[in-house]
Ligand binder design. Sequence first.
Ligand SMILES: [Fe+2]
Length: 426
Amino acid sequence: MDVASELIAWHRDARRRTLELVSDLDDSQVMGPRLEIVNPMRWEVGHVAWFQEYWTLRHARGESPIRTDGDSLYDSFRIPHDTRWDLPLPSMSETLAYAEAIFERVLARLSSNEPNPEEVYFHRLTVFHEDMHDEAFTYTRQTLAYPRPRFVDARVPTGTGRVQGDVEVAGGRFLLGATKDLPFVFDNEKWAHGVDVAPFAIARAPVTNREFAAFVEDGGYLRENLWSAEGWMWKERVSAVHPVYWRRGEGERWERRDFNRWVPLEPDHPVIHVSWYEAEAYGRWAGRRLPTEVEWEMAASTDGEGPSERKRRYPWGDEPPTAEHAHLEGRTSGCVDVGAFPRGDSAVGCRQMIGNVWEWTASDFRPFPGFVVDPYREYSEPWFGTHTVLRGGSWATPARLLRNTWRNFYTRDRRDVFAGFRTCAR
Ligand SMILES: [Fe+2]
C-alpha cells in the first residue's frame, strides 16, 4: 500500500472508532460530570477534529481554519481543563459536522497529492492523537458507568489461565529508547542510548486479580507499613479499601464493575484500574518491586542472548502486532487471562508485555539525554518530572500506536486508566 492510501485507511479507522465511542450517547452523557479525570466528550470530539485540522491542514499546508473560534474552544493547552464544561460549545450534531468537514478535507488532500515527508509526519501524528483520545473515550465510559462500547466482540483469544514465576535477565549494556530505523516516534522516545543494567528477575506475567485479592484480604489497605508516606496519604484521601471498581457481592465474592454492569472478578485476568501507589504497596507486601522502565524495555526487546545492539521492535520480533500476538484494539470486552497470547512472548519469556493492561514502572517520566522537543511541543515536555512511565498498551489501544519503546505517562494517583503492573524480584 502506498503511503497516502495507508494514511487514508488509518484516518478512516480512527474516525470510525471515535464515532463508535460517542454516537450512542445522549446529550447529557456527552457532557457528563465535571471531573478532573475526564473531558466532556462533546468538547473532546471537537478537540480531536481541531487538532487534525491544525497540524495537517493549517500547519503543514498553510490553509485557513473552518471555524474562526476553533482555537478558543478546542486548544487543549490554552483552555484550562475545568473550564471546558462552560465553553460556548456547538451542539453534538454541529460538532460532528465540524469534524466531518475537516475529515473530508484531509482525505481530499491525501487523494489529490502524494504527501511529502513533513505532511506524512503530521498525518501520522493526528491519527495517533485520535487513537489516544479513543482510548480515553473508552476509559471515560468505564469511569462514568456508561454502556460497554459497541466495537467490542466476544472473540476468544488463544491460551487462557495463569502464567507464573520469573525470568532471569542477564543485564548488561542496553540501548534504551527508539532507534532511527523506526518510521515514527515521539520526542520522548528519542534516541536510543546506552544504559548499564544489573541482572534482574521479572515476572512472566502481570499481577492477576487473584494475586491482588490476596493482598486486599491480608489487610493490604489497612497496614500503613506497606505504603509509602505519599501513597498512604493518597489512600486516606480517596478512602480506598480495595481497587476502585471492586465490591463484595453475594457470598462475599469479589465483583468488578465492567462499564455499566457488575461481573464476577476474573481470577486470572490482570488487575486493572489500580494507581501506582496501589502497585507500590502490593509490591512491598509481596516482597517484590516494580521494574524500572529500562528493565521493562530490556525484558521486552532483548534478543535473549545477553547484551546486544539488536533490539526487537515488539516482544515477539519485528512483525507488527496481529490478533495472534497481543490483546489490542478492543477485540474482546476488556481484559483476558494473563496466560493468553503465548505467541506474543518476548525472547526471555515474558507474556503480554504489549496489550491487555498498561504496566506501571518505577520510573519518573523524564527526557532522555539530548532531548529535543518536536513540533507538537505540549506532548511530552510539560509533563516531565510530575508523571510516571507506563509501558506496553492496553486491550483498548490500537496496534499501530505501539512498539516496545513507546512511553505512556500518568500521574501516580490515576486509577481510571487501563493500568496494571508486573513486578520484579527484590
Ligand atoms: Fe489531545
